[in-house]
Write a protein that binds this ligand. Structure first.
Ligand code: ATP
Length: 291
């Protein structure tokens, strides 16, 4: 019965990680990480620097071998069928890795070739996804002439060209200004609504709060918590007051706004009553800020 349950579990989730471990010498990058991501979910993976996020993505996308544990993607064991898994996944890396000397269309074409698309499929898919990311008018532009935001959108189009069922977005808006970041958020939402499962890492915690159906907090290669952003925040309360006491700052949480207001009268260093946010939840769980 346990075996049947495990099969059903693996089949109904897009990602299943079981007791994943990876060390670099004495450093335990992943220390028994287990989690699952449901099909069609927009899942955000959050943790401070060195928590193990990139290592996880590298293992899931076949760029790094795991030491022990199991990974299933869309029911396929990554160790047994790495090439099948690669075809199921699209990856937008943290750092821009486009060929700046080539045109937008040429960058897409090369990627399509890597995934075995024939010439007409490559042309058709390039047009489709350039239209999708609203860059049809830039097909002939040399990539090095594009702005940071356009390069990101091109990387997303490129990652979609072989129609993956699962898209990894590793810091998709890093270094972009607030307006461009929101434009990328709209694009990510559109991709998610089209049914693609999205695994997102970000240092912009409000990005996860805005986009994700579910978040996971990890630190030191272990899962600390996973739930919807709302549920994670509600465990603290709805309202917060930051109190600055000399060098230190402490945050108090309340279910009731009036109670929060009373604290302000009692502490000269108290700020205004504000809504609890996801960063509060992360900090409460880990004692560390995402920065
Ligand atoms: P960041 O937010 O800074 O990108 P992260 O959560 O992605 O961090 P990882 O890059 O996965 O964290 O790193 C996890 C741990 O493994 C860190 O202590 C890191 O220094 C170490 N590590 C990662 N890759 C290597 C490597 N190739 N060689 C040695 N140590 C590594």
């Amino acid at each position: 019965m346990d075996y049947i349950f495990a099969l059903v579990w693996i089949y109904f989730n897009m990602i299943v990680l079981e007791d994943l471990r990876k060390s670099y010498g004495a450093i335990k990058a992943l220390d028994g990480l287990s989690l699952e991501v449901k099909k069609g979910e927009l899942f955000a993976f959050l943790g401070p620097n060195g928590a193990g996020k990139t290592t996880t993505i590298r293992i899931l996308t076949g760029l790094t071998r795991l030491d022990s544990g199991q990974v299933f993607i869309d029911g396929v064991d990554i160790e047994k069928e790495p090439l099948t898994v690669k075809r199921l996944c699209g990856l937008v890396t943290q750092h821009t890795n486009l060929d700046g000397e080539l045109s937008v269309a040429e960058n897409l074409d090369i990627h399509g070739r890597l995934f075995g698309l024939n010439r007409s499929q490559r042309r058709e898919k390039s047009e489709e996804f350039l239209h999708y990311v609203e860059m049809s008018d830039r097909a002939g532009s040399q990539v090095k002439t594009l702005s940071g935001g356009l390069k990101r959108r091109l990387m997303i189009a490129r990652a979609l060209i072989h129609s993956p069922r699962l898209l990894f977005l590793d810091e998709p808006t890093v270094g972009l200004d607030a307006a461009i970041r929101r434009r990328i958020w709209s694009l990510i939402t559109k991709i998610s609504q089209a049914g693609v499962t999205i695994f997102l890492t970000t240092h912009y915690i409000e990005e996860a709060e805005f986009l994700a159906g579910r978040v996971a907090f990890i630190d030191r290669g272990r899962l600390l918590e996973t739930d919807s952003p709302r549920a994670v925040m509600d465990r603290l309360g709805q309202w917060a007051v930051d109190v600055h006491d000399g060098e230190k700052a402490k945050t108090f949480f309340f279910g009731d706004r009036t109670e929060a207001g009373k604290l302000i009268g009692q502490h000269p260093g108290a700020g205004a009553v504000r809504r609890v946010n996801l960063e509060d939840a992360f900090l409460a769980k880990t004692g560390r800020r995402v920065d």
